[in-house]
Design a protein around this ligand. Structure first.
Ligand code: PMP
Length: 398
């Protein structure tokens, strides 16, 4: 039947996303592939109580059609939260609750992109964003990341060559897949470039609360003077992903246009869940919960950095994430991490990671990989990284 499918049904992308959750029946298998949070840290009892509170308080009305923008009490809380933790001044009216951050990315793409439109992504970049953008068949321009975020010189050259760029997508905090954080100076300069070259920035930041070395930096949105920055975050990593609740901040006509797209997609938000999250926030200290999580994740991060030093070949370069879930490893040019995982590492070492190609719009980089430390404990990390490191040494020194 696939001759009947639209061009946007791109086989490369769907297989890349599906590949994030490979199943290995071997009981000692260790997955560094999926960027899933550690479910032992989920506040299950508290969220269960919050659902009960929401139902007890609102009864049948809770299950009625509600609002396309989402629960207003929850949006008010987010206004306060982002003022405190991101330096962003906004109103509940400019906030839209979404079905995960992923829907936010897709709604922005749907709002802005016609086939062939120029967009800029940092590389490597989030697979799910490429999957969402691919649906709208844009013309990608890739700008590399440096240790302190986007390479702004390359960005400016790209903008001079392609002055019609509409959208720039960035994950400035504890980036997926590299763990890199954009400096404050670059955040400011990026907004200045957006003003000068007239494009919109999508600031996607689901990990910003999960810092292991200090408080989050001011959001890019905090430097926005012309309503050009769409800020996007999510409860997936700080509460639970299955709540499927993200939120975005967009101003004025941009907000109205995104809201129009959302009405066509799914009419409105999942109000029952948002009422429960609101009740959870009334009854619990979210920041204390985040603090507990970061204490654990920091141990996992430290275990991964230590094992990278111990077990990986000297030729491997790796990042030092100050938060989030990921580390990015670059190997010598001739190593193809995709082929290596399928042929040797997964079947023999029972370890998985995500090969670099998936994070590049042109799928043209092969010698790097993403490791996620979020869903594995330090003992598993040590065992899995030992096996992975041994295989990588064999491959590099072959
Ligand atoms: N953006 C980034 C950078 C992500 O890493 C993720 C999740 N892996 C998302 C968006 C989407 O997350 P969710 O839809 O669960 O909020």
């Amino acid at each position: 039947m696939n001759d009947l499918f639209a061009q946007r049904v791109n086989p490369d992308v769907s297989s890349a996303l599906a590949g994030l959750f490979p199943q290995d029946p071997n009981p000692t298998a260790v997955t560094f592939a999926a960027g899933s949070p550690n479910e032992q840290l989920f506040p299950v009892k508290e969220v269960q109580a919050a659902f009960n509170t929401a139902i007890d308080t609102q009864g049948a009305h809770l299950f009625q059609y509600q609002s396309a923008q989402g629960n207003s009490a929850l949006r008010e809380k987010l206004v306060t939260r982002i003022a405190k933790w991101g330096n962003v001044t906004t109103t509940a009216d400019n906030i839209l609750l979404t079905v995960g951050g992923q829907q936010g990315v897709e709604l922005v793409a749907k709002t802005l992109l016609n086939p062939g439109d120029d967009i800029i992504v940092e590389v490597p970049t989030y697979i799910g964003a490429l999957a969402a953008f691919d649906l709208y068949q844009p013309h990608y321009h890739a700008v590399p990341l440096q240790a302190d975020g986007l390479d702004l010189d390359v960005l400016e050259t790209t903008l001079q060559q392609h002055p019609n760029v509409k959208l720039l997508y960035t994950v400035p905090d504890y980036h997926n897949p590299t763990g890199i954080t954009m400096s404050v100076a670059k955040r400011q300069q990026l907004v200045a470039l957006a003003n000068r070259y007239h494009f919109i920035i999508l600031e996607d930041t689901p990990y910003r609360d999960l810092g292991y070395e200090g408080a989050p930096l001011p959001a890019i949105k905090s430097f926005d003077t012309e309503g050009r920055v769409i800020f996007l975050s999510s409860f997936s990593k700080i509460l639970m992903p299955a709540l499927r609740t993200g939120w975005l901040i967009a101003d004025g006509e941009l907000r109205d246009a995104i809201l129009k797209m959302r009405l066509a997609s799914d009419l409105e938000t999942t109000g029952v869940i948002h009422a429960a999250i609101n009740a959870y926030l009334d009854a619990n200290d979210l920041d204390a919960h985040i603090q507990r999580m970061t204490t654990h994740y920091k141990q996992q991060r430290d275990a991964m950095l230590q094992s990278l030093t111990h077990y990986f070949p000297d030729e491997a370069l790796f990042t030092h994430p100050a938060g989030g879930f990921f580390d990015w490893v670059t190997l010598p040019q001739d190593i193809d991490t995709g082929r290596l995982m399928l042929d040797i590492i997964s079947p023999q070492a029972h370890v998985t990671y995500v090969p670099a190609t998936n994070f590049y719009p042109q799928r043209d980089v092969h010698n790097a990989l993403r490791l996620s430390f979020s869903g594995v404990n330090p003992t598993q990390i040590d065992a899995g990284m030992h096996r992975l490191g041994d295989q990588l040494k064999n491959a590099v020194h072959a």
